[in-house]
Design a protein around this ligand. Structure first.
Ligand SMILES: N[C@@H](CCC(=O)N[C@@H](CS)C(=O)NCC(=O)O)C(=O)O
Length: 197
């Protein structure tokens, strides 16, 4: 069984979602963050960044949650890459990379307050304004579309969806009707329910 460092409460959650979509189980290897086990010599040999998620499958070791999703799905549910022509494949990557580089970077300070304490009111406003900029782009893209790329559910919906969900408790998503409709449909998926429900 594939082993994963990182719980469903961390960035590993999207990997559990991908695994659930593929119908495979991930065995969680517990790491005690309080004891800094993610900075131990043994763990740093697997992931020099000292971060979760980190996936171990025999000799294969992968870090970065979206690369892990790529591995899980290529191995166990390649249908979730949709149309595999070069253009469509690149679009899956484009939206996945975009969501980490821009949307998550904007939303992250808002949800990190739960772990590291409250930000200043100005900080919150700035993060909300930044998030709004990227959510507006996503909302426009989703106008008249059921999925991020093509006509079927793909890895891009898991990757971008998991990022977009993380802003819902902090930003008024009523301003983004297409994002809201798309997230509502994703939340109905049995695999999503299994992980986040
Ligand atoms: N871009 C990385 C982010 C990984 C990340 O920041 N993980 C956090 C938990 S959600 C972590 O391990 N933090 C511990 C630390 O940085 O010391 C991914 O998507 O896998």
């Amino acid at each position: 069984m594939m082993k994963i460092y990182g719980t469903k409460q961390s960035s590993a959650s999207r990997c559990y979602w991908a695994a659930a979509e593929a119908g495979v189980e991930l065995e969680n290897v517990p790491l005690d963050f309080q004891k800094q086990e993610h900075k131990s010599e043994a763990f740093l040999k697997l992931n020099p960044n000292g971060k979760v998620p980190t996936l171990v499958d025999g000799d294969v070791v992968i870090w970065e949650s979206m690369a892990i999703n790529n591995y899980i799905l290529e191995k166990h549910k390649p249908e979730l890459f949709g149309e595999m022509d070069a253009g469509s494949h690149a679009l899956l990557l484009q939206w996945s990379y975009w969501s980490l580089a821009h949307l998550q970077k904007a939303i992250e300070p808002l949800y990190m307050q739960k772990w590291i304490g409250p930000m200043s009111a100005e900080g919150v406003e700035a993060a909300k304004a930044d998030s709004t900029k990227w959510l507006t782009i996503l909302d426009k893209h989703l106008e008249g579309r059921e999925y991020i790329v093509g006509k079927t559910f793909t890895i891009a919906d898991i990757n971008v969806g998991s990022v977009a969900f993380s802003g819902k408790d902090h930003i008024d998503y009523n301003a983004f009707p297409n994002v809201s409709r798309w997230l509502a449909a994703l939340a109905q998926r049995p695999a999503y329910q299994q992980v986040y429900g």
